[in-house]
Design a binder for this molecule. Structure first.
Ligand code: CDP
Length: 221
């Protein structure tokens, strides 16, 4: 049976961490749509294109060939950019890139193609509202800003990225603001989504919750 699961929510709510585990448990594909916007941002920054110049960024979109591999590595035009796209020089610019309609239309086309003929769990900002409006299960995953900032700060430390908790929190707030106020496909819960507040839940508890939702929903059909 084909199943499509959409997970949306603000920055660093733990979507990708749980989505990866759920994908493995259910033996379905995981698609990290945020990595795609990060890849375009990486391309613009490394090619000296101003990420706040919509026309210049939109003009290069056909030069950017993104490959999300099964081992969760991210490639752009043959370069492994898995680690680079988590760096602050990308995180601080990605929400500008993600607000440009022509760039989104191209990313969404690729995302829908990836979900067309097999089961997927896809995480992002507009999956339940725009990319896969007919997804079988829609989760809107949230956590308090304090929790999200601590989680991301600790992840950054593990990756050797130098920041402060204050800088991380500021960046998350800024991205959430831009992501939820853009004109095209902004961050917001789909009306038929299930709200999952993970502030006081462990990763394993969130995974269990999602798998139970999937089993219940798919068992009903
Ligand atoms: O992992 P984190 O929550 O920090 O963010 P991400 O999922 O890697 O997404 C990075 C950025 O890409 C977001 O802040 C959005 O600006 C953008 N994005 C989007 O607009 N639409 C999506 N479907 C996924 C990400």
């Amino acid at each position: 049976m084909k199943v499509s699961i959409a997970i949306d929510g603000p920055a660093a709510a733990g979507k990708s961490t749980v989505a990866k585990i759920v994908a493995k448990r259910l033996n379905i594909s995981y698609i990290d749509t945020g990595a795609m916007y990060r890849a375009v941002t990486w391309y613009c920054v490394t090619n000296g294109i101003d990420c706040q110049d919509e026309a210049a960024c939109s003009a290069i979109i056909s030069n950017v060939h993104i490959d999300l591999k099964l081992d969760d590595t991210v490639w752009c035009n043959g370069t492994n950019i898995t680690e680079a796209i988590r760096e602050p020089f990308v995180s601080s610019q990605v929400s500008y890139i993600a607000s440009y309609k022509d760039i989104r239309l191209e990313m969404v086309k690729q995302q829908r193609a990836m979900a067309a003929d097999h089961s997927v769990i896809m995480d992002g900002r507009d999956i339940g509202t725009y990319v896969l409006p007919d997804a079988d299960i829609k989760i809107y995953q949230i956590a308090s800003i304090e929790t999200r900032a601590i989680r991301r700060y600790e992840e950054d430390l593990e990756k050797g990225i130098q920041t402060s908790l204050e800088e991380v929190e500021d960046e998350l707030r800024k991205r959430d603001y831009i992501d939820s106020h853009r004109d095209f496909a902004p961050l917001k819960p789909a009306p038929d989504s299930i709200l999952l507040d993970t502030s006081y839940l462990t990763v394993e508890q969130v995974v269990e919750e999602i798998i139970n939702i999937v089993k219940k929903k798919m068992g009903e059909e």
